[in-house]
Design a protein around this ligand. Structure first.
Ligand SMILES: Nc1ncnc2c1ncn2[C@@H]1O[C@H](COP(=O)(O)OP(=O)(O)OP(=O)(O)O)[C@@H](O)[C@H]1O
Ligand SMILES: [Mg+2]
Length: 472
């Protein structure tokens, strides 16, 4: 770590001195400042690789320094907050701080943060390269798109990737949330370590805790061996929690504790294990609405939502459609050793379509058309001109009865299965009627099947559903 410099800004001389000693021990050359004015002065003399700053200073709020672009660009900021006010630390992360520490200082955390500074300096150079060279071509890592909404997305990713901040990706199905999460990981100091994706809707509710946190041998029936959970598997890396709202309430409470303490407790274990995992969460529902309806714990929401990133739907960036289509077609061509082209009429049709399934639907449509086409992909092979989604049934459809005492999970399953029956097994229609994504529907059905519940097949004639005693 030789050759790195640090500036410590704090009005408490004793604290400055003891923090200074610890930082110097990590090989940093240390300077000190008592307030904002003095800090500006020191930084104008010479930049510091890392600035450790207390937010409440006698001559102002430390955040001001962070918001000064010319100052922030030159250094990594680590916020040291005395009053356990995580709120202000979170704001600092949003403003570009690398990480935060709370007083009293945890020495091992300080050490690991300082070790990350050097690597972070390296990524920033990599990021600058990505920005310069690739953005002009409409690319950012594996993300394709050059419209203003995508440029804003790249800005956000660039800002958050090198930090340790939690990220909540929101957006409709198929808008690229998982790809964005992978990009954040690839541009972080964790990139050499695993990136693991867990779909919370696809794991049996009774097993999700042990899948995430692992279990000890014999902790429940079927737990024959000790098992490491996703958190341990992802240690040092990034865990992508997809469809995070589907996580059961008890597991949400445990998740919050993991995020707050950096330790996990395996199912059936008595001792906690430290883990170093960055969590990136995603949902295609409205998380604030889920908090209001009680599906998502408010405190977990605040933890995950330190850095919210919305993914724009494809219909709001029509100018990207052709670029994306060409990109997917080129990938098929490379794979199949062909040289197929989109006809101008095909391009026009693609741009006119609304793409309810967003980039995923476009990718599938282009790949399918490319396989069917000879040399030129014409408009007849592509979607468009179709009717819009069906109106929800509202209270016009047949009814199911629910008994007081049923669990929410039970009610949800019965509504889903009854709707699927009503739609004669048509999953797309069912998902639209229920207002959930097709992927969520598939995940649910998989869980129901695994649990031995009957799931209607396409074309199956609907059964009467008005008596509340349907099996399953
Ligand atoms: N901007 C983009 N550039 C290139 N490919 C993209 C882009 N956005 C999405 N894709 C591709 O589209 C597909 C769907 O993306 P992804 O799985 O990230 O969506 P998602 O938002 O996670 O969807 P869901 O909510 O259904 O899980 C993937 O194959 C992904 O590689
Ligand atoms: Mg996804």
């Amino acid at each position: 770590m030789d050759g790195f410099s640090a500036l410590i800004i704090d009005d408490d001389a004793g604290f400055r001195e003891s923090l200074g000693l610890l930082v110097a021990r990590e090989g940093y050359e240390v300077r000190e400042a008592t307030g904002l004015e003095a800090a500006r002065q020191r930084l104008s003399e010479r930049a510091a690789d890392v600035v450790l700053i207390d937010l409440s200073l006698p001559d102002g709020d430390g955040i001001e320094l962070l918001r000064d672009d010319s100052i922030r660009a030159g250094s990594e900021f680590i916020v040291v907050t005395g009053n356990a006010s995580v709120e202000s630390a979170v704001q600092a992360l949003r403003d570009g701080a690398l990480d935060y520490l709370t007083k009293p200082l945890d020495r091992s955390r300080l050490k690991s943060i300082l070790a990350g500074v050097a690597r972070t300096r390296g990524f920033k150079m990599e990021l600058a390269r990505l920005r310069g060279e690739l953005r002009e071509l409409g690319r950012f890592g594996r993300l394709v798109g050059r419209t203003p909404p995508m440029q804003r997305l790249y800005d956000l990713i660039e800002r958050v990737a090198p930090t340790e901040a939690g990220v909540l990706l929101t957006g409709e199905s198929g808008t690229g949330k998982e790809l964005a999460a992978e990009t954040i990981h690839a541009l972080s100091r964790r990139r050499e370590r695993p990136f693991l994706a867990v779909n919370c809707a696809a794991v049996l509710k009774s097993l999700i805790e042990s899948e995430l946190f692992g279990h000890e041998r014999g902790s429940f029936t079927g737990a024959e061996n000790r098992r490491r959970g996703y958190f341990e598997e992802a240690n040092g890396g990034t865990l992508f929690l997809d469809e995070v709202i589907e996580m059961p309430a008890e597991v949400q409470a445990k998740m919050l504790r993991v995020l707050e303490t950096g330790t996990i407790l395996r199912v059936g274990a008595s001792e906690v294990v430290p883990v170093d995992v960055r969590v990136i969460a995603a949902t295609n529902r409205d998380p604030a609405g889920a908090v209001r309806s009680g599906a998502l714990r408010e405190d977990l929401y605040y933890r995950l939502n330190v850095f919210p990133i919305p993914l724009p739907p494809l219909r709001e960036r029509v100018e990207d459609i052709e670029l994306l289509a060409e990109h997917f077609l080129a990938a098929v061509n490379a794979r199949e050793r062909t040289m197929k082209r989109l006809s101008p009429a095909a391009s026009a049709k693609l741009s006119a379509y609304r793409w309810p399934g967003n980039v995923r639907e476009l990718k599938n449509a282009v790949e399918r058309a490319a396989i069917l086409a000879d040399a030129t992909v014409g408009p007849e092979l592509l979607p468009g001109g179709a009717a819009g989604p069906p109106a929800p049934l509202g209270d016009q459809g047949p009814a199911i009865q629910v008994h007081i005492g049923s669990s929410v999970e039970d009610v949800e399953r019965r509504v889903i299965i009854a709707t699927l029956e009503h739609q004669r097994g048509d999953k797309r229609q069912t998902a639209m009627t229920l207002g959930i994504s097709l992927k969520t529907l598939y995940a649910r059905l998989k869980v129901y099947q695994a649990a031995g519940h009957g799931v209607p097949e396409p074309g199956q004639v609907p059964q009467p559903v008005s008596d509340g005693h349907r099996a399953g």
